[in-house]
Design a binder for this molecule. Structure first.
Ligand SMILES: Nc1ncnc2c1ncn2[C@@H]1O[C@H](COP(=O)(O)OP(=O)(O)OP(=O)(O)O)[C@@H](O)[C@H]1O
Ligand SMILES: [Mg+2]
Length: 507
């Protein structure tokens, strides 16, 4: 049994003891222990690369530990396969859940464990009815017959949650479940967590967002560099103490932006509209400026940015770059004109996972490190090193394939790659999503320094402290339109929230 001392008398639903996992060149987990109790939420926190997702993969039979024990009901268990873990009632919503675009919502929920009728055939009616029930139970208004490819990112996530709940679970693991959800869906997820607790499930909850950890967790466990460095009850700790355990030193959560002299107009957008997503978007971005775009998820910010970058086609709109009329019909035309866009969903779109980190970073900048058609490896490496170090990337070496990095470190690779092209304008969509509290201030510091060197930044963010900390000016969007614009001196959390939600200022 685990030696961890439970504050309640209940026996753990599952206990891990002395778990070790090594990858070539990396000790991802070093004799860690963790116990999960029925009816309780345990938050697992730690920096990017600390070993959280590795532990989840061991708990769900995806990876095999090199050593250590897993115990349930006082007996040792082993999860040689994912099915073995499900058979023991351990289920997870992963950081990157594998869903299938070509299948329907119901098929995605039940793939691998579809109910069958008395002839042993897949019972489609039962599948659709049960999918409907599970989706209703989590407040997701999604038609089980729709194809997954028709859903947006938030609804896809709800499907992943439904999938995890479709097996009869005792232990539910959520790896950064709210990263892609809107505020309303996040509230619904918290309610769901409450329901699971009330049903006696043991929940492991991984998150980089401290507000939610303090809201829903009963206990915490902290990992640092693959070791368990602290655990206890949430009631007996606070945010600063947890961060210090995680990082090993006290941290400022948002880097104080350095004052930058703002130059002339670099990008002027006017009359951008789209039949369904946004209307009449116009603004000017100046040299060295960080322009925040705040709004609730679904306000049309990302959709507008994708049109500006040439991914989708607006129905009208004009762009001037350095006071010249510019035509952007595709991302490659945008890049040629010095505009790059780092999307919110970086996990799947942003990198070639089998390729080393340094090649991923330099891929769009190869012209800069080539001479007469030959890539100069040393320069290529130096470029990759500079940008990844500044973003606090944690990797054993830059030769490592990106696919071996932790989720947050993969995000940093994508940001490094686009910053290294040294564009005029960079659009960063939720730049610190999935990035730990310690690295966040490194990302902010680097953004601020690059702005000081003349880079103009559009920062789409749903995090108010990030908007307030980093923006020279903020534009607020709601339902596809610009509803407010505030200079730095005039910004406040209350004004942002009111504008984004369409609530007037109290008299
Ligand atoms: N398949 C693999 N091959 C090699 N190294 C790996 C592999 N999977 C994980 N690692 C390494 O193990 C360490 C722990 O990674 P893990 O994904 O568990 O981190 P994490 O705590 O989930 O981080 P994040 O907050 O960024 O999601 C990292 O150094 C990572 O590069
Ligand atoms: Mg992870």
């Amino acid at each position: 049994m685990s030696e961890t001392k439970p504050p309640t008398d209940a026996a753990p639903a599952i206990a891990l003891d002395g778990i070790t996992k090594t990858f070539p060149g990396v000790r991802a987990l070093s004799e860690v222990s963790l116990a999960l109790y029925p009816g309780e939420v345990t938050a697992l926190v730690g920096e990017n690369g600390a070993g959280k997702s590795t532990l989840v993969k061991i708990l769900t039979g995806i990876y095999q530990p090199d050593g250590g024990d897993i115990t349930m009901d006082g007996a040792k268990v082993a999860f040689p396969t994912a099915d073995a873990a499900s058979a023991h009632g351990v289920t997870a919503i992963h950081q990157e859940t594998v869903l299938f675009d070509a299948l329907t919502v119901a098929e995605n929920i039940f793939i691998g464990h579809a109910p069958t009728n008395r002839f042993g055939l897949i019972d489609w009616k039962a599948i659709h009815d049960r999918a409907r029930d599970i989706l209703d139970g989590i407040g997701a208004r999604i038609d089980p017959r729709h194809r997954l490819s028709e859903l947006g990112i938030a609804n896809r996530h709800m499907v992943a949650v439904a999938r995890a709940l479709s097996v009869d679970a005792r232990v539910v693991i959520m790896d950064e479940p709210t990263a892609a959800l809107s505020q309303k869906e996040i509230e619904e997820l918290y309610e769901l967590v409450e329901k699971l607790k009330a049903n006696g499930k043991a929940i492991l909850f991984i998150s980089h967002k401290f507000d939610e950890i303090f809201r829903i967790a009963d206990r915490y466990t902290v990992f640092r560099d693959g070791e368990m460095v602290g655990e206890g009850t949430i009631a007996e700790t606070d945010e600063n103490a947890l961060v210090e355990l995680m990082v090993g030193r006290p941290v400022d959560q948002v880097f104080p932006k350095q004052a930058v002299e703002i130059g002339g107009p670099v990008l002027t957008v006017s009359g951008y509209r789209h039949p369904t997503e946004f209307e009449d978007i116009g603004f000017t971005l100046r040299r060295g400026e960080i322009l925040g775009f705040y709004g609730l998820v679904g306000a049309g910010r990302s959709e507008f940015m994708q049109a500006l970058f040439g991914i989708t086609k607006p129905s009208a709109g004009a762009v001037r770059i350095d006071d010249e009329i510019a035509v952007i019909r595709s991302p490659s035309e945008a890049v040629k004109q010095g505009i790059v866009y780092v999307p919110e969903e970086r996990g799947t779109q942003g990198t070639i996972t089998a390729m080393p980190i340094f090649e991923n970073v330099t891929l769009p900048s190869l012209a800069k490190v080539s001479h007469r058609g030959f890539v100069r490896m040393a320069e290529e490496f130096a470029l990759a090193r500079e940008y990844t170090e500044r973003l606090d990337l944690r990797a054993a070496s830059l030769d490592q394939p990106v696919g071996n990095l932790s989720g947050g470190n993969q995000q940093k690779v994508v940001i490094a790659k686009w910053l290294a092209t040294q564009p005029k304008v960079i659009i960063l969509d939720e730049p610190t999503k999935g990035i730990d509290i310690g690295s966040k201030s490194a990302v902010h510091a680097f953004m601020s320094e690059l702005a000081g060197r003349g880079l103009s930044i559009i920062m789409v963010s749903s995090e108010i402290p990030e908007i307030l900390g980093m923006s020279d000016r903020v534009i607020v969007m709601r339902e596809g339109r610009i509803v407010d614009e505030l200079p730095r001196a005039d910004m406040s959390a209350e004004k942002l929230v009111r504008a984004a939600a369409g609530i007037g200022v109290a008299a």
